[in-house]
Write a protein that binds this ligand. Structure first.
Ligand code: ADP
Length: 188
């Protein structure tokens, strides 16, 4: 996957969710991370969307900043650091350690007011761990939160641009058997 394309797509989805709120979403990617990596797009999407959806949920005004930078790069592995920063309600310091545990929702009023399951961050922590990464949070009540995490991803050596991929796909003749019982779907 191309990290910068994937993140731009995630941010576009997130922007749709902020249309009713007074929030700007900004993506700041270090030039140094514009390369392809071997990673499961579904997992990477899930990590970012869980964190960004929380940022949107707990922020009424201001901005959400998603950033990514390179910590270290060898020939095969990129060690990356990302952050999702918001200007929302923040998390009380005594609750910070517990929010990565399953079914933990920070404040007793949170479930009443915002709903949710208390599972999102526990899942994010496990997924980040799957890529040998760690996640941390810093937060100030009334000012906002920063969720920062690292990932170690294998660098894709065959780094064709997406344009090349497209050319190859359009010149390959493909045959597919599609089985569909609904006439409208058949036509589609
Ligand atoms: P939930 O489904 O309840 O949002 P999460 O595991 O994603 O579960 O989050 C756990 C708790 O951490 C939330 O209930 C909330 O109290 C707190 N939290 C998570 N992200 C933020 C954030 N960006 N700003 C403020 N509080 C947050």
């Amino acid at each position: 996957m191309d990290l910068s394309d994937t993140l731009k797509a995630i941010v576009d989805i997130a922007r749709l969710k902020t249309s009713e709120k007074d929030i700007d979403i900004v993506l700041k990617l270090d030039e140094a991370i514009r390369f392809k990596v071997m990673a499961d797009t579904t997992v990477i999407n899930q990590i970012f969307l869980n964190l960004i959806n929380n940022a949107i949920k707990f922020t009424e005004h201001g901005h959400i900043e998603i950033s990514g930078a390179l910590l270290e790069k060898t020939e095969d592995i990129a060690h990356l650091v990302f952050a999702v920063k918001d200007t929302g309600i923040g998390i009380p310091s005594k609750k910070l350690d517990a929010i990565f545990q399953q079914f933990n929702q920070g404040d007793s009023q949170t479930k009443l007011k915002y709903g949710g399951t208390g599972l999102g961050l526990a899942i994010v922590k496990r997924l980040v761990g799957g890529y040998h990464g760690e996640i941390d949070v810093e937060s100030t009540v009334g000012h906002g939160s920063i969720f920062q995490f690292t990932l170690k991803l294998s660098i894709c050596k065959n780094s064709k641009s997406s344009k090349d991929d497209y050319k190859i796909r359009t010149h390959t003749s493909c045959h597919a058997l599609i089985v569909e019982d609904n006439p409208i779907n058949q036509q589609y």
